[in-house]
Design a protein around this ligand. Structure first.
Ligand SMILES: [Fe+2]
Ligand SMILES: [Fe+2]
Length: 251
């Protein structure tokens, strides 16, 4: 089912999360969050997801904007739950599609044939103007994908963190309100220990995001974390042993 929540709103600017889960098959369906930022007459869609949710995401986006005003679609990385619908979006709207340069050619295997509207991101990231404010693409490589970015929206002070901060549980998602870090810590641990490449990458990312004034972290799975709970997550994540740090346990 689709859940929908506005996580930031004023006269000019809105951030909306669309969250899909399937209660009938909650053991096998991975619940995902898609985000839309609308600023006056333009919008960016973040991690639109797979073909399985495309129709519902398209309808949800059209509730908030005229599709011709969808200026950008951003893919934090290449995974199917993030980018599987890229070919469908490329024909249903005129948005520019932003993705790491590491993954551009792989998109042809999702059926993308026309690369004219792809904006490939260099490893160091980029800044784009969005209204009077800006969007910053922050390197998040190897967390978990080798070509991976978080997106900071300076207007709403929201960090769209992709799989970083993802809590893989059925209970949370767009339905959850004001989740505390301590309440989801256990559900963060298994995913981050296995899917994140190693502590040096965690530390590098935390150092980078601490440069920005962030009030809300919005991951691609699970719940948003605000204020102190976001900062507690950073402290936990920068000290987490994961991936290559734990190689003996998997070989
Ligand atoms: Fe992923
Ligand atoms: Fe994911």
């Amino acid at each position: 089912m689709q859940n929908e929540k506005i996580i930031y709103s004023d006269e000019d600017h809105k951030c909306i999360v669309f969250s899909f889960d399937n209660e009938e098959v909650n053991e096998s369906f991975l619940a995902v969050n898609q985000y839309l930022i609308v600023h006056k007459n333009s919008a960016i869609l973040i991690d639109p997801g797979s073909e399985a949710v495309y129709d519902e995401v398209y309808d949800a986006v059209c509730k908030y904007i005229d599709i011709k005003n969808l200026q950008y679609i951003f893919y934090s990385h290449q995974d199917p739950d993030v980018a599987g619908s890229i070919a469908k979006w490329s024909v249903s709207c005129g948005a520019k599609q932003i993705v790491s340069k590491q993954w551009v050619r792989f998109m042809s295997h999702y059926g993308l044939m026309n690369f004219n509207r792809i904006i490939p991101l260099d490893d160091k990231g980029a800044t784009i103007h969005f209204g009077e404010h800006y969007l910053q693409f922050i390197p998040a490589h190897f967390l978990h994908s080798p070509g991976n970015f978080s997106l900071y929206d300076s207007y709403s002070k929201t960090l769209f963190s992709g799989d970083i901060g993802a809590s893989i549980t059925f209970e949370y998602g767009a339905r959850a309100e004001d989740v505390k870090f301590e309440d989801i810590k256990d559900s963060l641990e298994g995913f981050h220990k296995r899917y994140m490449a190693g502590n040096r990458f965690c530390k590098a990312w935390v150092k980078e995001v601490r440069k920005y004034d962030i009030e809300t972290m919005a991951p691609q799975h699970g719940s948003t974390l605000k204020g102190d709970n976001y900062r507690q997550f950073l402290s936990w994540f920068e000290n987490l042993e994961c991936g290559g740090d734990l190689i003996e346990s998997i070989y």
